[in-house]
Design a protein around this ligand. Structure first.
Ligand code: 5GP
Length: 215
């Protein structure tokens, strides 16, 4: 079989723990994690070029016009986009690539790459999501309500995804996502090169067999 890179997208409600799950996945399986560009301000602890590339609105606009992004979208506090070239380079090297992006962007990627695997991470309950958001202790009641309101809107995006995973535990959720990525490698589309090669070989084999019979 062919070892081809999987392009996976992980989305989920704010506070569901996507980032922690993705960090845990990295400990188990190597993949390229795309670093997005954003116009929002850095939060304490965020590192330029690692968390995001923090750029100006003008720069973002220019890059969007130049086709520099694989996808981009506006989200509550700014614009966010996936730099295209690093994703294409990693995929051509046969590496798995993971994008942690929201639903509008996920839809744009799926249009360009129907083989992309779209995963939506859900909380076990909505009350648990509230609990996790308040547990951070970093945000006002209003900001938390805005995130929950946004989650209410995101429910309608879920049917466009290939899979949903419930984040009961970080380890379990990470394992499930990695299994889905592994399974993606076995689709006929992912294995097209192998199947085409096998068919060519089959043709040659059958021709040789016929020739042998005719002799
Ligand atoms: P945050 O501001 O909390 O870091 O991210 C807000 C939302 O933007 C999250 O849902 C995150 O997944 C999403 N996001 C981050 N980078 C990108 C990107 O490059 N493209 C899109 N479409 N969404 C992104």
């Amino acid at each position: 079989m062919v070892k081809k890179g999987v392009l996976a997208i992980v989305s989920g409600f704010s506070g569901v723990g996507k980032g922690t799950v993705v960090d845990h996945m990295k400990k188990i399986h190597p993949f390229t994690l795309s670093v997005s560009a954003t116009t929002r301000d850095p939060r304490p602890g965020e590192v330029e070029g690692k968390s995001y590339f923090f750029i100006t609105e003008d720069d973002f606009k220019a890059k969007a016009e130049q086709g520099w992004f694989l996808e981009w979208a506006h989200y509550t506090k700014g614009s966010y986009g996936t730099p295209k070239q690093p994703v294409l380079d990693a995929l051509s090297r046969g590496e798995d690539v993971l994008l942690e992006i929201e639903a509008q962007g996920a839809r744009q990627v799926k249009e360009q790459y129907p083989d992309a695997l779209l995963i939506f991470v859900l909380p076990p309950t909505f009350a648990e999501l509230y609990h996790r958001l308040t547990g951070r202790g970093t945000e006002t009641k209003e900001a938390i309500e805005a995130r929950l309101q946004r989650a209410m809107e995101e429910f309608r995006e879920i049917p466009g995804y290939d899979a949903v995973v419930v984040n009961e535990t970080i380890e379990g959720c990470a394992d499930e996502i990695l299994s889905l990525m592994e399974a993606r490698r076995t689709t006929p589309a992912a294995q097209k090169a192998f199947i085409d090669g096998l068919e060519e070989e089959a043709k040659r084999f059958m021709e040789a067999l016929q020739t042998e019979k005719g002799e």
